[in-house]
Structures are given as structure tokens and as C-alpha cells.
Design a protein around this ligand. Structure first.
Ligand code: MLT
Length: 340
């Protein structure tokens, strides 16, 4: 076990509430509709299939979970609307793609909020923070986060040239998810990024509509971006954090046993995703290199310039009582962690 896995295991053992083992409950026969715009092998696909296994097994087949992957139920932003309308019951997506419908989820996208993955695990294990964020997001979007996924840094890929400094970014057409925070960060770095739905990205890269995009190594692997991208630059402005969302109106109507089973299945699948995230990311980096992508790591002094500019956008977003409260809580949790 590496250091991060040990940390995550201890954190999960100490702080995560896993609803108790199902005893003799009986469950109403029903079908749960689950979706992700990502591939079956992605962390989304693995998590939703794990959720399905647990729910179907523990309900003795009374509950069936239908999992729609690869965008067959539409794009990530569309999935949020489907949750609100109860056309879907559970969906996973990158949190940036939730923010147009739930601006408070921006608290997890604040540029340079986190300096390592442990901080994200600590913030998202804090029950008080989780509850407040879940209630705010549910109120804003009709979709309630019951769990969170944590991945690597969103690094920049492109097909044109290595990026070793801010100046190299200028003139490149970079796709970002349609989140105001990412638009603001890239504008602070001097370019006008291209917001685009996730399901359109591979084709846009292939056809040269955009030169590049930003995502973690795992996403690079899942989508074989090395077929259409040559260069990758590691920056540390934002961790890939995914939301495991349920339809809030559906969830509130569930009987207590079904609710507890849904929660247990989400938390179990979430915890397994957390425990594997670091290894998945380093394996995906290896594959990225094996497939011929050139990886550049920004010089720390150079990244200070990126950080200063991107942190400058915080006041634009930390401007509501909800964002103030949650960002203060996140910063306090991070500050209370032992220094490395
Ligand atoms: C995006 O860039 O839109 C997301 O990172 C895709 C995802 O859900 O992994």
C-alpha cells in the first residue's frame, strides 16, 4: 500500500459512515435508471456497475439497476436535467459539468484550492461539509450528491506544441467544460477557451476544431486522447472531482430501507474509487507515455505565475453566503491537516 492509500484507508475507517449491513429488509420491486456519459471501463462505469451489484444483490433482485454508459442517455449536463425530472435516478459526472445547474458546486473547482489529493479526501470526508454542499446543490439543481469521486490533476493536452510557460498557451484553442470557473481561469491566463459538452470533445480534437483540452491521465486513457493529442503539460490548478448524483425528488420519496441501501451502495462504490484513484492515475500516466505523448511538468516557479493569476478569479465566485460558508469550511479543514 502506498502512502496515499494508507491515508485514505485510515480516513475512510475513521470518518465515513457506512450504513449497516442489510438484515431482513424487504424491498419494493423497482428499476433504478443510472447513467454516465463515460465509457464502461472509466471510473464512472466501474462505480455505477459496483452500485448495481450491491443494490441488486442486497435487495435479492427486487431492485434492478439499468446502467447506461457512453453517453447513451445524453451528455453530462443533460443527465443533471434528467435527474431533476426523474428520468434518471443516479448519474456520475465531472463536477464542473454540474456547476451550470448548481453554482455552489464551484467550491470544489476553485483554482489552486487543493495542493494534493489528501486535502480533497479530507474535505469530502467531512460530514458537515458534505451535508451542507449536498443540500445546497440539491436545492439549486434538483440533483443531490450522495457521493464524490476523486481523481488526478486536470492537465492540459494539445496537438501543437509543448507548453512550458504561460506564453506557450497563447494562441492555442483549448476546450474546457462549460463551467464559468474554468472559463475564468483560462481567461486569466490570457486565452479565450472553448466551452464544449464533454461528448463532443474527441471529435473536436480529431477534426482540429480545438487544439487541446484539459483532464486527468485516467480520462486521457479512457478516451485514448493520445490518438489525437501529442503534448501534455502537468499543472495543478484543479483536481478532477466527480459527483455521484441522485434525483433528489426520487430519493426523498424512497422508503427508509431502500434509501439506506442506495446510500450504502454509493458510499461503498465511492470508497473503492478513492482507494484506487492514485494507482489508476499513475498507471494511466505510464500508458500515456507508452503511447508516445510528450509530458512536460511545469517548473514550480513558473507555476507560481499561473497560480497567482488563477487565484485572482476567486472573488468573482466566492460571492454568495453559500460559497463563502463552504469555501471557509474547506480552507479550515485543509489548514487543520498535519503539514507535510
Ligand atoms: C470533462 O472534461 O467534461 C470531464 O472531465 C469529463 C468527465 O466526466 O470525466
Amino acid at each position: 500500500m502506498n502512502k496515499l492509500s494508507v491515508f485514505v484507508a485510515a480516513l475512510l475507517a475513521g470518518t465515513m459512515l457506512i450504513p449497516g449491513e442489510g438484515s431482513a429488509q424487504t424491498y419494493k420491486t423497482q428499476t433504478i435508471m443510472a447513467a454516465s456519459a463515460n465509457t464502461p471501463g472509466s471510473n464512472h462505469g466501474v462505480l455505477l456497475n459496483r452500485f448495481k451489484d450491491i443494490v441488486e444483490k442486497e435487495s435479492n433482485g427486487a431492485i434492478t439497476v439499468k446502467v447506461y454508459l457512453g453517453g447513451t442517455m445524453g451528455d453530462e449536463a443533460a443527465n443533471v436535467k434528467q435527474l431533476r425530472n426523474e428520468e434518471l435516478h443516479i448519474a456520475t459526472l465531472f463536477t464542473g459539468n454540474l456547476t451550470p445547474n448548481a453554482p455552489t458546486a464551484n467550491v470544489l473547482c476553485l483554482p489552486y484550492l487543493f495542493t494534493n489529493m489528501e486535502q480533497a479526501y479530507a474535505v469530502l470526508s467531512d460530514q458537515d461539509f458534505r451535508k451542507e454542499l449536498a443540500d445546497d446543490v440539491a436545492k439549486e439543481s434538483g440533483a443531490r450528491p450522495l457521493g464524490w469521486m476523486i481523481g488526478g490533476w486536470r492537465s492540459i493536452t494539445n496537438s501543437k506544441k509543448p507548453i512550458t510557460k504561460l506564453e506557450d498557451l497563447q494562441g492555442l484553442k483549448i476546450r474546457v467544460s462549460p463551467t464559468a470557473m474554468q472559463l475564468a481561469a483560462f481567461r486569466a491566463w490570457g486565452i479565450e477557451p472553448h466551452p464544449m459538452a464533454w461528448s463532443e470533445v474527441f471529435n473536436a480534437l480529431q477534426q482540429g476544431v480545438v487544439d487541446g483540452q484539459e483532464n486527468m491521465y485516467v480520462t486521457n486513457r479512457d478516451n485514448k486522447f493520445w490518438e489525437v493529442q501529442k503534448y501534455m503539460t502537468e499543472i495543478h490548478y484543479m483536481l478532477w472531482i466527480g459527483s455521484v448524483l441522485v434525483s433528489d425528488s426520487w430519493y426523498q420519496k424512497l422508503d427508509a430501507d431502500t434509501k439506506a441501501l442506495v446510500e450504502k451502495a454509493v458510499i461503498t462504490a465511492q470508497n473503492e474509487e478513492w482507494a484506487n484513484a492514485e494507482k489508476e492515475e499513475s498507471d494511466s500516466k505510464k500508458l500515456t507515455l507508452e503511447h508516445g505523448m510528450e509530458v512536460t511538468i511545469l517548473d514550480p516557479q513558473e507555476e507560481e505565475r499561473w497560480k497567482e493569476k488563477a487565484r485572482g478569479v476567486w472573488p468573482e465566485f466566492v460571492n454568495t453566503p453559500e460559497m463563502k460558508s463552504l469555501s471557509e469550511k474547506a480552507l479550515a479543514i485543509i489548514a487543520a491537516m498535519p503539514k507535510k
